[in-house]
Design a protein around this ligand. Structure first.
Ligand code: FMN
Ligand code: SF4
Length: 465
């Protein structure tokens, strides 16, 4: 397998990037062939968004251009808040130059007047890397046509949701607005659809505009210079018909050496867990795997499914951002469901009452179930809430609650019965919640503050005060 996204050693300068077989050549070709042919090449490559949804990238670019209007914007999503996922940070640390080149290509293809590169303020190493790359590329005259603004965002999970990200760029809290970015983009002067009203676009005169905005994930954009430099056919020579190319995966949880690795799409998931995470400890077996907290569980018998969009949806789950959380045979699946549900409840913004209320009600019942204090009636109450938690949802977070939590209850009913019958957890064992702060050298550092975060987004004090 040929790796092209993650180099053996991090690239320390633009000169090192230019010395690779792609550095600068993607942009050169994009300029030579022009915006329309650039978009056609990306569409022809079959590249799909790596941020979670898997939407075809070329089609997304065409859609933004097709919306018309006078102003368009581009946003690179580097918020990386999905539990179990570290691949965007690994990419930005290892090669920020391919991301910036991809951003410049995308901006010129869609005719963006400005590009925003959004990261969490806490991602200090990645901010240093991309700031260095943007500065060096500007000094080399590569970004001259494209104004790039780096945005340091909040730690909230919703910051990574594209409609919330636009709000943050405009200086507001990460609460998803109503319409998608290609319909209601940055600094739109069309009617307001967010939680708070905002100023018109700076310097705006004339009729109201919706400023179609393209939002792409960091890994998606990092693929773009390679596709332009080497061609759509080269890209399609890897992966599968519906999922071409390579993907950068994260494997964490009950594995010997959690890590990030680049794999060819279509590789069996079981082999990926071994290759990237070094498998489970000796004597243990895998019980279940999740792709972040956004998709249904993949129980052990389904692990031979190919790691591809169609392969994982074929076993009732999904690719998500290819961040895989592994649980071995000692893990309690009720506790897993409780942790996922609590995370989503706390992170829900509350604009849609069934989402905030429902995820809270479900979490409370799962806590009682895990503690052995629930009866069978509470199980049907969880089922009823799962059925309506998505009512009127503005964003996908509520669907994640239904899919991920609902799937655990469906796949492991015997564990629920055991809790009720035993009046407690039959597999008491600490389980870390994999919201990643760092991941390198086979060691994962998780964010312990998730347990102190409250549903109103404040933090309970530590024991030390
Ligand atoms: C709650 C929530 C959190 C999300 N977090 C991220 C994130 O951290 N990074 C990301 O790229 N996409 C995230 N997404 C998906 C984005 O909304 C969007 O689909 C993506 O950035 C589009 O890029 P792509 O087409 O290149 O995949 C999130 C979605 C939801 C519902
Ligand atoms: S679905 Fe949930 S997280 Fe998304 S906007 Fe509504 S309340 Fe907020």
């Amino acid at each position: 397998m040929t790796r092209y996204l993650l180099p053996d050693e991090p690239l320390g300068s633009l000169d090192e990037y230019f010395a690779t077989d792609v550095g600068g050549l993607g942009l050169k070709r994009a300029i030579d062939i022009g915006p329309e042919a650039t978009i056609a090449e990306v569409a022809q490559s079959g590249l799909r968004g790596r941020g979670g949804g898997g939407f075809p990238t070329g089609r997304k670019w065409e859609g933004v251009v097709g919306q018309g209007g006078t102003h368009r914007y581009l946003v690179a999503n580097g918020a990386e808040g999905e539990p179990g996922t570290f691949k965007d940070r690994a990419l930005m640390r290892a090669n920020p130059y391919q991301l910036v080149e991809g951003l410049v290509i995308a901006a010129s293809a869609i005719g963006a007047r400005e590009a925003f590169l959004c990261l969490k303020a806490s991602f200090e190493r990645e901010l240093e890397a991309i700031t260095r790359a943007v500065t060096e590329m500007q000094e080399a005259g590569i970004c001259r046509e494209c104004q790039i603004t780096i945005v340091r965002g909040p730690d909230e999970y919703l910051f990574g949701e594209e409609k919330a990200m636009l709000e943050v760029i405009e200086g507001k809290a990460p609460l998803p607005r109503l319409f998608p970015p290609y319909e209601h983009g940055l600094f739109a002067t069309a009617p307001q659809t967010g939680w708070q009203a905002s100023e018109n676009e700076p310097g705006h005169v004339g009729r109201h505009e919706s400023n179609p905005t393209l939002v792409n994930n960091v890994e998606t954009l990092s693929n773009v210079p390679h596709i332009l430099a080497k061609g759509a056919d080269w890209f399609r020579s890897m992966g599968t018909e519906a999922s071409p190319g390579n993907v950068v995966c994260t494997v964490v949880g009950d594995v010997v050496a959690p890590d990030v690795g680049e794999v060819e799409l279509g590789t069996p998931l079981r082999a990926v867990l071994d290759a990237v995470g070094s498998g489970v400890a000796a004597g243990r077996t895998v019980k279940a795997v999740f792709s972040g907290v956004a998709n249904p569980v993949i129980p052990e018998p389904l692990l031979d499914a190919p790691l591809s969009y169609e392969g994982l949806s074929g076993v009732g789950s999904g690719m998500g951002a290819a961040g895989f959380i592994v649980y071995d045979d000692t893990a309690c699946m009720v506790e897993v469901a409780r942790q996922f549900s609590r995370f989503l409840w706390v992170e829900s913004c509350g604009q849609c009452p069934p989402c905030k209320l429902g995820s809270g009600e479900i979490t409370e019942r799962l806590e009682r179930l895990e503690a052995g204090a629930a009866d069978i009636d509470e199980l049907s109450e969880i089922g009823a809430w799962l059925g309506k938690v998505t009512d009127g949802n503005r964003c996908f977070l509520a669907v994640e609650e239904r899919l991920a939590v609902g799937s655990v209850l469906g796949a492991f009913p015997e564990e629920i019965v055991e809790h009720i019958e035993a009046g407690g957890c039959p597999r008491p064992r600490p389980l870390a919640f994999p919201k990643l702060v760092d991941l390198s050298g086979g060691r994962a550092v998780y964010d312990e503050s998730v347990w102190r975060k409250q549903p109103d987004w404040t933090y309970a004090p530590t024991a030390a005060g």
